[in-house]
Design a protein around this ligand. Sequence first.
Ligand code: BDP
Length: 583
Amino acid sequence: MEINSLWKFRVDPEKHGESLKWFTDFDSDIEIAVPGSWNEQLEEIGLLHYIGLAWYSRRMFLPAHFSGQRIWLRIGSADFSSKVWVNGSFVGTGEFGFLPYDFEITNFVKTGCENLIVVAVSNELNDDSLPQGIKSEDYTNDNRIREETNPPARFDFCPFGGIHRPVMAYTTPRTYIKNLSVDMKITLPSTGGIGVTAEVGGDELCSLSVRLLDKEGNVVAESDPGDSGLRRELIVNDCRFWSQDDPYLYTLVANLKSGTEFKDEHSLEIGVREVKIEGDSLLLNGKKIFLRGYGKHEDFSVIGRGLFLPLTVKDFELMKWTNSNSFRTSHYPYAEEILSYADKKGILVISEAPAVSLDLRYVSSKALDNHKRFIQSMVERDRNHPSVIIWSLGNEPNIVGDQGYYDGSGKDYWKEIFEFTKSLDKSRPVTVPNCTRAGLDDPVFQFSDILSINRYYGWYEYPGNLNLAIAKLTRDMEELHKRYGKPVLVTEFGADSLPGVHSTSLQMFTEEYQMRLIEGYIQCIESKPYSVGEMVWNFADFRTPQHFRRVVLNLKGVFTRSREPKLSAFKLKELWADKRRFS
Ligand code: BDP
């Protein structure tokens, strides 16, 4: 049961709501739509740049037939943290943004009547949070006053606040399937090996059985009914592998029993496929692939970072229209609905943890622990999506150019993060995009399976000089590959452009300059045998904190914020139509 639409809303800049017991409800005439950010919806009451706490409340009617089962409340995401009460009782905390939280509320609710949900959401960040926060004093202390943004942020996207993904109430049986984790191994030409492990909630001893259905509903493989335990393995002969050209999904049905008694059943769409790095190549089902795509954001006018499915449909159509095959969820995990859509549409995804512009000087053991727990939840949430082919564990560490980063602190930190991720999932390559300022000695390269670089030559460095830009890009790519001997992926490159501004010669901010820079980079990247892809920054213009470098939006979009194509979009469509290099 979805609990979206309008919620009562009240900001709490003084943070006195809890002592005034607002969790038992509060007075307010203001309403806000969920999912959606408060920033643009409620700009007129002063919330465009609001950083702080805000309270949401809503009554939900729970039907009588919910009784006798476990009742759950799920918040798809509330950024960047939240606390939840039901009928005045505290039920839990959503520690991280961008990820869902499920709270069991069985003992706090009554069925056949209305129940009160109150959520306090904060978009404040600090040194230990993910993403890490920054204060105005930090800029002053570092002598970086000209870099300060309003609101202060370590990153170049709006720190939108609010409940950003759907809220739901649902039931499960008392003994239930808590989690299903699917792993695979393929044998060419056409055998699929699928492993399914279930985690069970409740105290009964259970066993799992699974069956796999094709699109027509035929059972193509099933587990042996005599087996017990919570792990099952299936072999699928003549398996139709999932790929960007044929995103074929099977339906996996998992059934839980205690003795002979049925307990729970769950179905999941899965794609059978295998991702590998071999030498300098990225392979999908043994075939070389090359990523042609974008860095994106969850960002749109009015709704902010809120999930808006018409936009998802439109964006995927536009990605296909430009002949792209992939995107990176810069700089945080996107809504599950978007990943499921990528599974269906055959779009390849790099899913990213929000450790963006991590400043190791302020990192404590708590921050490291938070980063690891975030990755664990992200992997648990997204591991069954065939579209997710690479994990990105952060973005552009050491943007401040701190020397200490290279003497061990950076290395120790990233070693632990990479090893931890590999211990959770060995089936996907892992990476962290590096920035020019951190340079080619960045410790992330030692641990990454793919060397990812974000480069802005021709924009922040060597502005307006495309020849020098391409020479510098070439030098970085060659040197990187020589030093580390791994495939190279350019995860970001681009230029701002103001739609409608043109010039016959090279001039920054024109549509032509953006187009020519993108074209130059693509020609260079695609000429290197060790490169595995290019991702243009950005798919669409997006809102970002105020700074003299930005005219309200970051204008590096190939599409405007409302998704009209700029010249570059037509150029990409043409360049990416050419598949010669990969056939
Ligand atoms: C890169 C960051 C990205 C920014 C981009 C830019 O990874 O988040 O939006 O720069 O400045 O370094 O446009």
